[in-house]
Ligand binder design. Structure first.
Ligand SMILES: O=C(O)[C@@H](CO)OP(=O)(O)O
Length: 241
């Protein structure tokens, strides 16, 4: 990576809108799961809310519910949607598509709730692995934007992704062990904003479902002199052992 002209990146994490199973089924990587009418409305409202922000790139999980949320937002911003598999929901393996009620009876359930850093889903991924890949993706995209370095301000990256991915990235930003990530909330179409400055992540907004974009991005003149990635670097260590 070349010498970045601007050394702070603002990350906006947008959770996808509602689907007909949100909150009752562990959707994960279920194929063909689309936004429902409420979800499409939420995506349009998010597009309206975020339209005026100086966003430099929109990146989405490949799953339909995120792509369908990112699309109107990116259109309002006049940007293309990039896809990155590392922002896909955790691969829940055999748990994918099962109801939460049913899963609550599984022996692994209390581990997922109370000790998620030890949770690996049968036939799927571990939550620690999901966290590490998402942190790595944020680091890569941030580096890319810093290298591209638009004059006059620090870059803003908008990522449309999933509940557990946002919870993991927010936990990383707060320096929380992954075991505490269930204490973070990310509602449909909420925005969680993190600024990475001087090797350190700062949580600007958590689970923000407001109507305005005030305070979500730096003012035009703000260009700082620091380095991105402190939280990202620390995350893997915190999820070990
Ligand atoms: O997969 C799911 O059911 C949930 C889990 O957090 O995430 P999302 O709906 O945000 O994809």
């Amino acid at each position: 990576m070349g010498t970045p002209q601007h050394r702070s990146v603002t990350l906006l994490l947008l959770r996808h809108g509602l689907t007909e199973v949100t909150g009752t089924v562990l959707a994960g990587r279920s194929p063909g799961l689309h936004l429902d009418g409420r979800g499409r409305e939420q995506a349009e409202r998010a597009a309206h809310r975020l339209a005026g922000l100086p966003v430099d790139a929109v990146v989405s999980s490949p799953l339909e519910r995120c792509a369908e949320t990112a699309e109107p937002v990116a259109r309002a911003l006049g940007l293309p949607v990039h896809t990155d598999d590392r922002f896909a929901e955790c691969d829940y393996g055999e748990w994918t598509g099962r109801t939460l009620e049913e899963l609550a009876e599984e022996p692994l359930w209390p581990v997922v709730q109370a000790h998620p850093s030890a949770a690996r889903f049968p036939g799927g991924e571990s939550l620690a692995g999901m966290s590490a890949r998402a942190v790595e993706a944020v680091r890569d995209w941030s580096g890319r934007l810093l290298t591209a370095g638009r004059a006059g301000r620090d870059p803003v990256l908008l990522v449309c992704t999933h509940g557990d991915v946002i919870k993991a990235l927010a936990a990383d930003a707060l320096g929380l062990h992954l075991d505490l990530f269930q204490r973070v909330q990310a509602d449909p179409c909420s925005v969680t904003a993190i600024r990475y400055t001087a090797m350190r992540p700062f949580l600007l907004r958590l689970n923000d479902v407001g109507e305005t974009a005030e305070g979500l991005a730096p003012p035009e003149e703000a260009a700082t002199d620091a380095v991105v990635g402190g939280g990202a670097g620390q995350a893997r260590d915190r999820t070990r052992g």
